[in-house]
Design a binder for this molecule. Structure first.
Ligand code: ADP
Ligand code: MG
Length: 273
């Protein structure tokens, strides 16, 4: 088992953002977390990756309890994430943003030696996300879709064995990517390319296990075309989970989120418009 979340509760003052979630993600599994705005998806991510402290409950990773750990420590254990609103270093170039993350274990010292190391790996990661041509562009002028792809490259830079040829970099344990609306703001072809890339990461390679992926998405093509399993979060609780086919046919999920008129190819929230 890679990720095991047990009885996770997160309250903000009177707001019950996450209300008792128990879930797992296996190595190599691609799991979509869907649900209406305000359901608690981003908060659950923040509790798993460490940006938020749990009110109660536990997060286990690879057999170890990680909820008391800081985000950087969780990243060292192989849990990387992206944010719903892309977070990049605006004054740096696209390449420098990735170089900063390839050297994150040096802390702030990495900032002084950005250009010194890992250029080949950083460029390889940019190629993976289709941003190599923009390597020397400042992040602040990137269109939003390109920023989301840059953020994915930065998250991958924090993991091991991706874009690396060095045998020492082979990871000992499983690794996980948490992607909060990775395809939001992307055009349809960009979305397909990005989701194809995400899916490819879950497949085992000669030198590493398949990465566990948990992602949120409102675009149902990106959910039903890619997820091995779908978790539906409503009002901070897992309302349903199962195969994409089971979830698409679940009358409770259609009633409360997808909409009775929903059909594959439509964003669920378009059905409520
Ligand atoms: P989702 O990602 O599913 O749209 P969120 O996790 O962002 O949902 O939000 C769940 C609920 O928690 C919402 O009611 C939101 O307003 C509230 N919430 C999220 N973050 C905070 C915060 N830092 N402080 C107070 N309330 C928050
Ligand atoms: Mg969110």
């Amino acid at each position: 088992m890679a990720l095991q979340v047990t009885g996770l509760v997160k309250h903000f003052a009177g707001v019950r953002a996450v209300n008792g979630v128990t879930m797992t993600v296996q190595p190599g599994e691609c799991v979509a977390l869907i649900g209406p705005n305000g359901a608690g998806k981003s908060t659950l991510f923040a509790c798993i990756a460490g940006q938020q402290k749990l009110t109660t409950g536990t997060v286990w990773w690879n057999g170890q309890r990680v909820d008391p750990l800081q985000p950087a420590q969780r990243l060292k254990h192989g849990i990387a994430r992206t944010f719903q609103v892309a977070r990049t270093f605006e004054a740096l170039t696209v390449l420098q943003n990735v170089q900063l993350l390839t050297q994150y274990s040096r802390g702030l010292a990495a900032y002084n030696i950005l250009e010194d190391g890992n250029t080949a790996r950083a460029r390889m990661l940019l190629e993976r996300v289709g941003l190599l041509e923009l390597a020397l562009t400042q992040a602040k002028v990137l269109p939003y879709g390109a920023k989301k792809r840059l953020e994915l490259a930065m998250a991958l830079a924090g993991l091991h064995g991706i874009g690396e040829t060095n045998a020492r970099s082979i990871p000992a344990g499983p690794q996980m990517l948490l992607l909060d609306e990775p395809a939001a703001g992307l055009a349809a072809t960009e979305r397909t390319q990005l989701m194809d890339l995400v899916k490819s990461l879950t497949r085992p390679q000669a030198d590493r296990r398949g990465i566990a992926v948990l992602y949120t998405e409102h675009n149902m093509d990106a959910v039903f075309g890619y997820a091995d399993r779908v978790l539906v979060l409503i009002d901070g609780l897992v309302a349903a989970q199962g195969s994409p086919q089971d979830i698409a046919a679940d009358s409770n999920v259609r009633e409360r989120y997808l909409g009775h008129w929903w059909e594959p190819g439509r964003a669920a929230e378009q059905c409520h418009a």
